[in-house]
Design a protein around this ligand. Sequence first.
Ligand code: CMX
Length: 435
Amino acid sequence: AGSLKARVAELIPEKRNELKEIKTKYGNKSLGEVTVDMAIGGMRGIKGLLWDTSILDADEGIRFRGYTIPELQEKLPATIEGGEPTPEAILWLLITGEVPTAAQARSITDDLSSRATIPEFVEEILDRCPRDLHPMSQLSLALNALQRDSIFAKAYADGINKANYWDPTYEDSMNVIAKLPLIAAKIYRNVYKDGKMGAIDPKADYSQNFANLLGFSDNQGFTELLRLYLVIHTDHEGGNVSAHTTHLVGSALSDPYLSLAAGLNGLAGPLHGLANQEVLRWILAMNEKLGVDHPTREQILNYCKETLASGRVIPGFGHAVLRKTDPRYIAQREFALKYMKDDHLFSIVSNLFHIVPEVLKEQGKVKNPYPNVDAHSGVLLRYYGFVEQDYYTVLFGVSRAIGVLSQLVWDRALGLPIERPKSMTMASIRQMFEK
Ligand code: CMX
């Protein structure tokens, strides 16, 4: 139950009509040309997906249901006076398109904590994982195991009517979002600590609970950072690997557990979410190599050049769609300026902000030389004592679930079909143009 679900039920007829109208009016209009380069080049720039929860502008960056990050920081309810908005609030926004009241956001907190349990066998699976199994692989494993309890899968097997797919999709999605902090924290406690974990406190918000479970209950700064982190990583329109994969797998009517697990396997790639861990590793390796905490401009410049010369990417820089500095980076930079402006790693990140774009521009092939979201998050987490880099992408995954599952509810509510683009062979491309 809960009023979010009631609101979704109210919105469904409107949205179905809107989609029908768009199809009737514009169904046969062209969204643009598809060139051979696009087909070969990772489908870059092809407008071929419907995704309502957010949209990315190359210059301005992401808007969540029409709102920029600074607008969200102003409009969404926060837990502490003047503090960061909460993931519960953005979940409401992403699903309904409406800014929640504080009471509505609170209802999500309550709903999620009432769903936050995991079966013993899933805990046992995690307990049996070797410590050197990557935390992202463990996360994916646990989600696939939790799938046993999918309400959608059961409803489908019982013959549910298409028109009602959204309902069990909603239930599964809320359950997944509620259970993720437990799974994620269990992985963290097993891999890096003694395996013991606290319990959900129904009075605490989602981020506070997550921080408590991780073992950071007395660290208010960390909890506030977690709120910001969990909000800004939720969604980045539909074409990125994790979002697109979740949508694609979901289009086969695989349930939300399976769909999200697939998406998170994509997030675990170093060109996508794993850059989160790579950035800090790369910065620390620089300091170690140079034997200093405060490398000079010259030293940083050389280190960047060496990275490029060895045929590697500079992690945290560049983007497939963005052509300016990522506003998610800026939001984190502002957080750092507010809470840790004298931190030595933050000062390196600040220097990289100026130096890397010069180096990448000079190299001449990168379309966007500016920092993305991943260039900043590591040093913020580390500042609060959360130093286990290999784990960082799990935090990204917990947040990303909120965005991609919000859209998945709508995929099912709108009856979007199985995804099946056309592929070409090299011979068939030749045939088309070499007659
Ligand atoms: N360092 C070095 N070279 C880079 C680069 C970087 N940060 N970013 C792009 N390039 C290179 C590409 O590898 C490509 O080289 P080749 O032509 O030799 O293959 C060339 O520049 C052109 O690439 P592009 O069109 O500018 O970028 P893409 O859309 O192909 O790729 C991305 C985008 C993010 C994968 C790429 O910029 C990159 O690898 N960045 C570093 C990894 C990273 O930070 N990923 C996180 C992105 C955000 C997220 O998903 O979490």
